[in-house]
Design a protein around this ligand. Structure first.
Ligand code: SF4
Length: 345
């Protein structure tokens, strides 16, 4: 049993997307078969990747049925890349889910773009027909420079091909995009190349997850070596604006559902709500420098949830007090913001 095996008679992996908070978690394989992305610490200290047998997963499902009865409505497959399983096995697992939980209306999974890019559309379609509805891919960046720097193990072309195949097979496609992943060095290329890949594939969902440098991670090593300079909070807003500007005419649903994001309100249907979102970003960019610090502090301290709350009576005065208390004389506000962000990892 893994470190995340539960006492309930079935295994549970360490993470799931925020949008799957209420889903039944079914562990198809353990850990990540790649495990080298510089920004990712989830599986770095795990025992390594392994597949689970269909029989073991079915036994988990039996235990879940006993525990949860007919309550689950959505299911999420774990860990990092369940689609790498043998397609016949995965079809049997999906059938096992539907047999035991006929009430379930949605089954989703993580998948590496590279795995999707080398699976035939025929095999992917079999998974779709067996009940898998949606794939969540850690797309992160459309820039080959950034993908290589981050040791993502996939090229822009493979990511586009993986997305194309997933859509052709009939899946809902959800791409995670990481603002700030190119650092100060590659922010423009990261924004432009990511936007052009999104415009080309038009995934059903694009979910923003702002980059954070986790202490002890390979990304922290890149920073120490002078190869990655983290973007400041406002420069990240500039980058997201550039990304969104590059999506002119593209059809997708933009989501901001991760606590690391500064502006959770940057979500909506594109292209119809694109102008509205650009205006929200501009509103922050047009604040004077002192108000920008106060707004970011309010968000990172958890006192503000939306930009509009910044305008409410008394809020600014409260934030001035907080700034004077928390920010040492001469301290770079970004250092404080970084410390505050780490609480969300
Ligand atoms: S980001 Fe995804 S593919 Fe990369 S190491 Fe983490 S789990 Fe594996």
């Amino acid at each position: 049993m893994s470190a995340h095996a539960s006492n309930l008679g079935f295994e549970v992996g360490p993470i799931r997307p925020p949008s799957e908070a209420n889903s039944l978690l079914v562990r198809v394989s353990r850990n990540c078969p790649w495990n080298r992305c510089a920004f990712c610490s989830v599986y770095k200290h795990s025992a390594g990747y392994s597949r689970r047998s269909v029989e073991d997963v079915h036994a988990d499902l039996d235990a879940m049925r006993r525990l949860y009865g007919d309550r689950p409505r959505t299911v999420f497959l774990q860990d990092a890349d369940p689609v790498q399983a043998n397609p016949n096995d995965l079809v049997r697992i999906l059938e096992g889910i539907r047999e035991r939980f006929p009430e379930v209306t949605r089954i989703t999974t993580y998948a590496r773009s590279r795995t999707l890019a080398y699976r035939s559309v025929k095999d992917l379609r079999r998974l779709r027909e067996a009940g898998l509805n949606r794939v969540h891919c850690g797309f992160e960046s459309g820039s080959d420079t950034v993908l290589e720097l981050m040791s993502k193990g996939v090229t822009r072309a493979e990511q586009i091909e993986g997305g194309r195949r997933a859509k052709e097979a009939g899946f809902e496609l959800s791409w995670y995009v990481m603002p700030g992943l190119g650092g100060r060095e590659h922010t423009r290329e990261h924004a432009d190349e990511t936007a052009s890949a999104v415009a080309r594939v038009e995934p059903h969902f694009v979910r923003l997850r702002t980059t954070a440098v986790v202490p002890g991670s390979p990304l922290a090593d890149l920073q120490a070596a002078g190869r990655f300079s983290p973007l400041g909070e406002i420069d990240t807003v500039v980058e997201i604006r550039r990304f969104l500007a590059g999506l002119e005419g593209a059809t997708t649903r933009l989501e901001s559902d991760h606590a690391l994001n500064l502006m959770m309100e940057i979500r909506g249907d594109l292209p119809s709500e694109r102008e509205k979102l650009l205006a929200l970003l501009d509103e922050v960019l047009q604040l004077d420098a002192e108000d920008q610090v106060l707004f970011v502090l309010g968000r990172r301290a958890g006192l503000l949830h939306r930009l509009r709350h910044f305008r409410e009576p008394g809020v600014k005065e409260q934030l001035v007090g907080l700034r004077d208390e928390w920010l040492e004389d001469g301290e770079d506000p970004e250092t404080l913001f970084h410390r505050l962000r780490l609480q969300w990892i």
